[in-house]
Design a protein around this ligand. Structure first.
Ligand code: HEM
Length: 445
């Protein structure tokens, strides 16, 4: 059995900050360097006192997601990055407790529920998009972010009826602050640092959600917040107010940040590939304005494009784990206490698994080629194993419903030489707001 390799001289980032800064600068370059220098299991230097390793490649993903000997835990690893802001969220629970809460939350994601949510997404998108002012250099990313937060508020909270648009902007800012706190170098609540802004954001989110609890406890409605207020385990136990708030903060973050990234990547790539945009539009035109969940499933070109965008720019490029007991991965001993960074994004771009991996080529997911079937973990934008994304079908329906509206209402172009400059401090987002030339269909330019 081998040990995690010793660091090669000069390949270990800056003193103090370690390789987190390399990651923020260019995650793919860091993955490739680690892979070519060490292979699937490599040492990683991250500020702080913990030992870290990076696991790369589809076989490593399989080992972590299968977690055969229950050696890998989520809570201590994700808590290290985002604990003060997302504690108690499903992704930050482990083993028995995770299983129990996942079963409760699953009740809110059945096919019937998704059908109901999809019906509510359409009017929310129509309302949101009505305020857009299309034109040259339309900043797609902030517009999509506000839209997906409104959708999440509507579907998960039954509408935030007592919250003004200005307050909603503050809520959006609070989510951003919580997510971005993940990579603070200074992990102390000192103003105006990221960590401090994350704490301030969490307090605001708690107040916002708690203000809706009494009403949702009083009567049961179809939204997730109300469902969490009324749900009971087999022995009649309900969730406390704190548990409801913890789940909601995490779910609303998970539900709007990742979908926004997916949508903005789709806008960018469809803007650069008008042939695909036209192909998707033709399918959308064949459907009505408010397609059901089953009808959204017939948008096959849009589905191929979504998969390809999730491959090229995974909204969650890495997941983290902590080895809570010693284990072995691909012949390497992983000592108890090791923190692990595991990257689905790296696998998505491996030439061993994908033809011309950096090329936008949605047909690679088509029935003739199915490149994603080359390994069970070749394409893992939603993770895998017991922590696999709970919202993946909702995400697919939401993204397609939003795109369906945009395709029927607008056409857009993006310079083929443009590539979104990404901020990788937390989930990747375009720092320039993702400009696209957006025009009403058939309108004047
Ligand atoms: C394109 C959109 C999305 C992507 C790429 C995505 C990705 C992921 C990934 C990679 C994980 C696994 C994290 C880990 O293993 O540590 C995860 C977990 C999770 N996601 Fe998503 N997600 C998306 C949308 C959503 C939406 C819309 C919701 C809610 C409606 C959601 C709720 C969750 C929850 C609750 C978990 C934790 C599951 C568990 O630990 O059991 N996600 N997501």
């Amino acid at each position: 059995m081998r040990e995690i390799p010793a660091p090669v001289r000069g390949a270990h980032g800056l003193p103090v900050l370690g390789q987190l800064l390399d990651y923020a600068r260019d995650p793919q370059a860091l993955f490739e360097r680690q892979w070519t220098t060490y292979g699937a299991v490599s040492p990683l230097r991250v500020a702080g006192r913990h030992r870290w390793a990076m696991l790369l490649g589809a076989d490593a993903l399989e080992a972590v997601f299968t977690n055969r000997d229950k050696a890998f835990a989520n809570q201590p690893a994700w808590s290290y990055l985002v604990g003060p802001f997302f504690h108690g969220g499903l992704m930050l629970l482990d083993f028995e407790e995770h299983h129990l809460h996942r079963r409760i939350l699953q009740q809110a994601f059945t096919r019937d529920r998704l059908e109901g949510y999809t019906a509510r997404v359409h009017p929310a998108v129509a309302r949101g998009v009505a305020s857009w002012e299309p034109g040259r250099d339309f900043r797609a990313y902030p517009a999509l972010k506000a839209l997906t937060l409104d959708i999440a508020a509507d579907i998960f909270m039954g509408g935030a009826e007592h919250t003004s648009p200005q307050q909603m902007d503050r809520v959006n800012r609070a989510f951003i602050d919580c997510v971005q706190a993940a990579t603070s170098v200074v992990r102390m609540p000192v103003p105006p640092g990221r960590w401090w802004r994350g704490h301030r954001g969490r307090r605001l989110l708690e107040e916002f959600l708690r203000s809706y609890l009494p009403e949702r406890r009083a009567s049961e409605t179809p939204d997730l917040l109300s469902q969490l207020c009324h749900v009971r385990s087999e022995d009649g136990e309900g969730l406390t107010d704190d548990q409801v708030v913890d789940h909601m903060v995490f779910l609303m973050m998970a539900a709007h940040d990742t979908s926004t990234i997916t949508l903005s990547t789709m806008l960018e790539l469809l803007g650069k590939h008008p042939d695909w945009q036209e192909r998707c539009r033709a399918e959308s035109r064949a459907l009505g304005g408010q397609p059901s969940l089953a009808e959204l499933d017939t948008l096959t070109s849009l589905d191929l494009v979504m998969r390809e965008c999730l491959r090229l720019r995974a909204p969650v490029p890495v997941v983290v784990r902590k080895a809570v007991r010693e284990t072995v991965v691909l012949g390497h001993r992983i000592p108890e206490g090791t923190f692990l960074m595991v990257s689905p994004q790296f696998t998505h771009l491996q030439p061993e698994l994908w033809d011309d991996p950096h090329r936008f080529d949605p047909e690679r997911f088509g029935p003739e080629r199915r490149e994603d079937k080359r390994h069970r973990h070749a394409w893992d934008p939603f993770g895998g194993g017991v922590h696999k994304c709970l919202g993946l079908f909702f995400a697919g329906a939401e993204v397609k419903a939003v795109m369906h509206h945009l395709l029927r209402r607008f056409e857009w172009r993006v310079d083929p030489d443009y590539t979104a400059p990404l901020d990788n401090h937390s989930l990747p987002f375009p720092v320039d707001g993702q400009p696209v030339d957006l025009y009403p269909l058939g309108g004047h330019r």
